[in-house]
Design a protein around this ligand. Structure first.
Ligand SMILES: [Zn+2]
Length: 120
């Protein structure tokens, strides 16, 4: 478990299972997006390329957040994994559908099996 705190953003990483789950709460904009990016890359490296994102408590997201998500999906695919969106708030869903990201990139409602993380 690791916590990254930015100005208006709380990110919690549940790393005891794989794929690791990132729960994000707050506002994702150009100020806080770099923190999200750092957390996502950190989790991807620890989680062998696959992570689940819980964006249910994100109250605001702009294109800076979309860029982070798209970059994360590309990175996870390069690593042979996937990026699953397990939950999202209305502002997030709205932006993702406006930008077409929800259908072309993110694995929505991902329900793949969670396994205990290896400790190696
Ligand atoms: Zn999954």
């Amino acid at each position: 478990m690791a916590a990254f705190t930015a100005q208006a953003l709380d990110i919690t990483i549940e790393g005891q299972v794989q794929p690791a789950t990132l729960a994000v709460a707050g506002e994702i904009d150009c100020v806080t997006a770099p923190q999200l990016q750092d957390a996502v890359m950190f989790a991807l490296q620890r989680g062998a390329g696959s992570i689940h994102l819980d964006l249910a408590k994100v109250t605001f997201m702009d294109t800076a957040g979309v860029h982070v998500l798209v970059a994360a999906v590309r990175r996870s695919r390069l690593m042979g994994g996937h990026l699953g969106l397990t939950s999202s708030s209305r502002p997030v869903r709205r932006l993702l559908s406006l930008t077409g990201v929800s259908t072309s990139y993110l694995q929505r409602n991902c329900t793949c099996e969670l396994v205990p993380a290896s400790t190696s």
